[in-house]
Ligand binder design. Structure first.
Ligand code: NAP
Length: 610
């Protein structure tokens, strides 16, 4: 057989592969086979990282048994040497020996690094191909994204069945370089392109959209074999990779850090539920220029903007709604048909919306803790609704400035015990997971009918805990998070957002995260425990009651950017909004143990009536 002829028919291989190949790693063959046996039921395309094993040769009979038991499985064998970014400490000859025996062990493909292929004698490579196994030649650049075409040319010289080009994204624009490369190669159906790193997460979805034959995923969260790898289930269920095609519209959340953001799971769920052909990605960046280039070139139809870009983006927008301009921050960008960017601030609705469902805001006395971005959205939004706002902030000058700008008052901590409010809103990070600051308020300070903590992780913050102990109705930060996301969905799609479903997945994700954190903090915790909690939702994640309908006042507040306002205010198609559900806060907010605490929504609704 000639060196230039693929070992086994590429067409046969391609008929077996799916868009996702799950990387299986483990320190023993038994561990790897256990993982593979569980993964293969859902995703039959697997990469076995033999280089993670101490003695890969000795493990081959076990893999032969696995393939005999799982004829549906298609397996890639990888035994990457340390010099090329893998874990195999043996020589090139030892790597070749392992790979050459992989065909007899039932593998369908071997992954050979370009550096190894180039260093091998032609006769040795021919020996590998003569086994009949498919050949994938890969190149990994762990430092950046460069010379993709010349890497392709070097690999193509070996005429492998698959060509895998894996650079590292240092910035979002590196994904663009990869995407353009894949598009240029669109007459080749055997190229795999991925950018490693957090900034490259989007390439794991957009690479396939641009023509990558498939992409790689981790078996579960925490079992990544490459930087920026996503868990297979997330790629398949959240990002719906099998359905992503050239017509799929792209949206994303931009900022830093973004990897653990809950926005992708919430927004992708909404797109799936409303059958919108769109995908929502995590855009990790600190540089606005990096983001804007991507937005215009991909193009990206809408962005949720988070820290540190919320203020900086304002000067790059064609127009914003007046409230965003006054607040000085924008969290939602729409790329209109003319390619121009329009900005909105849905954080405001995320705060005023849940409050308005519980009390009239005109004339309400509301204390806002903090004077940062979220506090500004709260203060300006509440002032616009006619509330009387009091601001308490760690840095008094910032509070005074915000009070002057918004027509509010400042208040000293000492005055709280003697002052009563209709609502107290925490717009500081105090109480957030990982934040060690002491609680800002004590029981004597909570002279209020309602507590709203914008922090949503943990599910029960110390402030919410205190409110519950005092039987004060409360709203958790999840409601704000979901509400602001729902408004974004409506601005982008013109359809009513499936708020109930969005709430349910966010709550479920937070509960799973809390379970995983609790498991990890136990000294005897094993990775398998985390895997289990990911694989099967716990029955404790109860469905949440239907979300409340959109308040009339919200529907009326049209932003000044005309094309956008129209889309947001007048949904043309899609299912009708869900009927109101009065018990949202009660079911969502009431922890299991709080049998005696009064249900938030019920009590506040009762008070609102008075
Ligand atoms: P930010 O712009 O950084 O502002 C933080 C504010 O909190 C500042 O006023 C700061 O006071 C104050 N602060 C920080 N640490 C404090 C401490 N240890 N003691 C007292 N005050 C402290 O942040 P942001 O964007 O407004 O976000 C604030 C919080 O709101 C976030 O942590 C997040 O949990 C929550 N949030 C939730 C949602 C949601 O969808 N649920 C959305 C946005 C934000 P100084 O002026 O003295 O620095």
């Amino acid at each position: 057989m000639s060196l230039n002829v693929p070992g086994i028919a590429s067409h046969f291989l391609r008929s077996r592969i799916t868009k996702v190949c799950v990387a299986i790693a483990g320190s023993t063959p038994a561990e790897m086979i256990e993982k593979a046996s569980s993964v293969v039921k859902e995703t039959p395309f697997l990469e076995f990282r033999l280089d993670y094993l101490e003695k890969p040769l000795l493990a081959l009979p076990k893999f032969r048994q696995f393939f005999a038991d799982n004829t549906v499985a298609t397996g890639i064998a990888t035994c990457r040497r340390v010099a090329n970014g893998g874990k195999f400490a043996g020589s090139l000859a030892a790597e070749l020996e392992v790979l050459t025996k992989c065909a007899a062990a039932g593998f369908h493909l071997v992954d050979l690094e370009l550096e190894s292929a180039e260093a091998m004698k032609k006769a040795d490579l021919q020996k590998l191909r003569d086994t009949g196994i498919g050949l994938l030649i890969s190149h990994h650049d762990f430092t950046g994204t460069r010379d993709l075409d010349s890497i392709f040319t070097r690999i193509e010289a070996f005429h492998p069945d698959f060509i895998k080009v894996v650079p590292t994204a240092r910035a979002l624009v590196d994904n663009l370089t990869l995407i353009r490369f894949l598009e240029r190669m669109n007459d080749h159906s055997n190229i795999i392109g991925i950018c490693m790193g957090d900034a490259g997460i989007i390439s794991r979805v957009l690479g396939v959209r641009a023509g990558s034959a498939f992409t790689f995923a981790a078996a579960t969260l925490g079992e990544e074999t490459g930087p920026g790898q996503i868990a297979a289930r997330t790629l398949i269920e959240t990002y719906r990779i099998e359905q992503v095609d050239a017509a799929t519209k792209v949206y994303g959340v931009a900022g830093n850090p973004i990897r653990s953001s809950l926005s992708p799971i919430m927004m992708n769920t909404a797109f799936r539920r409303e059958t919108v052909n769109a995908v929502y990605l995590a855009l990790q960046t600190t540089r606005l220029s990096d983001l804007l280039k991507l937005v215009h070139e991909i193009p990206i139809q809408g962005i949720s903007v988070t820290m540190p870009l919320k203020q900086e983006i304002l000067s790059h927008l064609e127009r914003t709604d007046p409230l965003s301009a006054r607040i000085g921050a924008c969290n939602t960008v729409l790329r209109a048909l003319d390619g121009k960017l329009y900005g909105f601030n849905t954080d405001v609705a995320g705060i005023t919306g849940p409050l308005e469902k519980r009390m009239p805001l005109a004339g309400a006395r509301i204390l806002v803790l903090g004077a940062g971005g979220a506090a500004r959205a709260a203060v300006f939004g509440l002032r616009e609704k006619g509330a009387s706002v009091f601001i308490l902030n760690r840095t008094a000058e910032t509070a005074q400035k915000l009070a002057r700008q918004s027509g509010s008052k400042t208040i000293r901590h000492e005055a709280l015990a003697k002052t009563s409010f209709d609502a107290i809103i925490n717009a500081t990070p105090v109480g957030m997971a990982g934040n060690k600051a002491a609680p800002l308020l004590e029981a004597k300070d909570l002279n209020t009918k309602l507590v709203f903590d914008l922090v949503y992780n943990p599910l029960e913050t110390p402030l919410i805990h205190l409110a519950r102990q005092l039987s004060i109705p409360y709203i958790t930060g999840i409601e704000m998070f979901v509400h602001q996301g729902a408004r974004q969905f409506e601005i982008w799609t013109g359809k009513p957002a499936p708020e109930e479903e969005m709430f349910r997945v966010v709550l479920h994700a937070l509960r799973r995260q809390a379970e995983a954190d609790a498991t990890e903090s136990k000294p005897e915790a094993k990775p398998a425990a985390r895997q289990k909690s990911e694989a099967k939702p716990k029955p404790s994640a109860k469905p949440v009651a239907k979300p409340p309908t959109k308040p009339k006042s919200e529907a009326k507040s049209k932003p000044s950017a005309k094309p956008v306002a129209k889309a947001a205010a007048k949904p043309k198609s899609g299912p009708k909004p869900k009927p109101p559900a009065k018990r949202l806060a009660r079911k969502a907010d009431k922890p299991k143990s709080s049998a005696k605490a009064k249900p938030a929504a019920k009590k506040s609704a009762a008070k609102a009536k008075k």
